[in-house]
Ligand binder design. Structure first.
Ligand code: AMP
Ligand code: ZN
Length: 148
């Protein structure tokens, strides 16, 4: 039987793995045994940060549940700190899962985005969809597809 080629190391080129390994610089704001949090260098609002599991995993769907849970808890901790230390009025958590859902770095991360009421300087964000009542038949059909 021919020798098998080992699969390419998926984390080999990962910028977040390099930040975790301190091979790339970052403004680190939180760390525990399993997670690291650092500032996003293209912030949506003042204080926008990212929380990542230290173990490389591509995205939300492929993540082992325990890594995802620890990452969520770290995002919770950082959210509280954004209110306490930065004076945020609220916080959005965002995850992009897949290139078609805006994911650009393929190491699971949760965006922690502090929000500031009536402060376009620190917070220019707007909801990316216009809330409007949906078609009830289609909402029902989608729910049925999800549970089929
Ligand atoms: P996403 O588009 O959800 O995959 O988010 C990736 C995020 O990583 C973007 O908001 C980028 O601004 C951010 N980012 C990319 N490279 C770095 C870096 N070296 N340090 C900090 N944030 C980064
Ligand atoms: Zn990685």
């Amino acid at each position: 039987m021919p020798a098998q080629t080992p699969p390419e190391d998926p984390a080999g080129d990962c910028i977040f793995c390099k930040i975790i390994a301190r091979e790339l610089p970052a403004f680190i704001v939180d760390e525990d045994e399993d997670t690291l949090s650092f500032m996003d260098i293209n912030p949506g609002t003042r204080g926008h940060a990212l929380v990542v599991p230290k173990r490389h995993t591509q995205d939300l769907i492929t993540a082992p549940a325990d890594d995802l849970a620890r990452t969520a808890v770290a995002a919770q901790r950082l959210s509280a700190r954004m209110k306490e230390k930065l004076g945020a009025d609220g916080v959005n958590l965002l995850n992009c899962c897949g290139a078609d859902a805006w994911q650009t770095v393929f190491h699971l991360h949760i965006h922690v985005i502090p929000r500031y009421k009536d402060d376009p300087q620190r917070d220019p964000l707007r909801l990316p969809w216009i809330p409007a009542p949906g078609d009830m038949d289609d909402i029902k059909a989608a729910s049925e597809e999800l549970i089929a």
